[in-house]
Ligand binder design. Structure first.
Ligand SMILES: NC(=O)c1ccc[n+]([C@@H]2O[C@H](COP(=O)([O-])OP(=O)(O)OC[C@H]3O[C@@H](n4cnc5c(N)ncnc54)[C@H](OP(=O)(O)O)[C@@H]3O)[C@@H](O)[C@H]2O)c1
Length: 225
């Protein structure tokens, strides 16, 4: 049994991850923001330890981490948002875009820095930064600029973390879950959340130090940076 920390588990991919891990008897700690998320998580993963924080709030993160003392084997920094309505390169909601960077790009880094001491105490620590194929610099098109920039930035942070932590045996990857039918992905996305999450879990479990610094999809296939 491994100890998993799932950040952003009130709905969508994070909630399904907590559900699947809990169903097969893993030790799950998962985070939400507020009572509605807590109720949803409790229903899906009744034995999970529930933390409450917003990834923009460093103090709340530190306070939540103080409740956990066991080593964390797998950390999935999954919380994310899509950002403001106006987010083209010619018409940007700058306030909304800055907030999005704090959630999608710096939020996962706040999470990792906060929980890293517990991850380092695992015999085989793995960290998954939940990115998106839309963060790839190789992808054409000029849509959703703030979201794509936020995930491209997250990819660079994942690369740097991987380099900084390799000598300590901590595996770090950026991962895309595919286009998934969730609130964010919408009803027309091709992937069922159960299939995406089954892949995310299998890939996260299989990671070794040889994988650190990779940008992968939920099937374990490399995505061009
Ligand atoms: N769905 C897709 O097709 C797709 C594709 C590529 C990448 N992704 C990535 O996969 C991850 C999960 O996506 P999803 O489809 O499951 O999205 P979702 O259904 O919209 O769920 C987002 C989750 O993130 C949490 N969250 C948002 N902002 C937060 C904040 N400031 N602090 C803490 N938690 C916050 C939400 O909590 P609340 O309920 O409290 O808002 C919720 O639990 C995201 O990083 C997303 O970018 C998704």
């Amino acid at each position: 049994m491994s100890h998993w920390l799932i950040v952003g588990a009130s709905r969508g991919i994070g909630l399904e991850t907590a559900r699947q891990l809990s169903d097969r008897g893993e030790r799950v700690t998962a985070s939400v923001r507020g009572a509605d998320g807590e109720a949803a998580l409790l229903a899906a993963a009744p034995r999970a330890t529930i933390l409450n924080f917003d990834v923009r709030d460093h103090a709340a993160l530190s306070a939540a981490a103080a409740h956990i003392s066991d080593p964390i084997d797998v950390l999935i920094a999954n919380a994310g948002a899509y950002g403001p309505q106006r987010q083209s390169s010619l018409d940007m909601d700058f306030h909304g875009a800055l907030d999005l960077l704090s959630i999608n790009t710096l939020g996962p880094l706040r999470v990792v820095q906060t929980f890293l001491p517990l991850a380092k105490r695992s015999a085989h620590p793995r960290i998954v930064m939940m990115s998106s194929r839309l963060g790839s610099m190789s992808l054409d098109g000029a849509f959703n600029v703030a979201y794509r920039a936020s995930k491209a930035g997250l990819n660079k942070i994942a690369q740097c973390l991987a380099a900084d932590l390799k000598s300590e045996g901590v595996v770090v990857v950026a991962m895309s879950p595919g286009r998934v039918r969730t609130d964010m992905g919408g009803p027309n996305a091709p992937l069922d959340v159960r299939d995406s999450v089954a892949g995310v879990i299998a890939v996260a479990e299989s990671l070794t130090l040889a994988d650190t610094g990779r940008y992968l999809d939920y099937r374990g296939e490399d995505i061009p940076w």
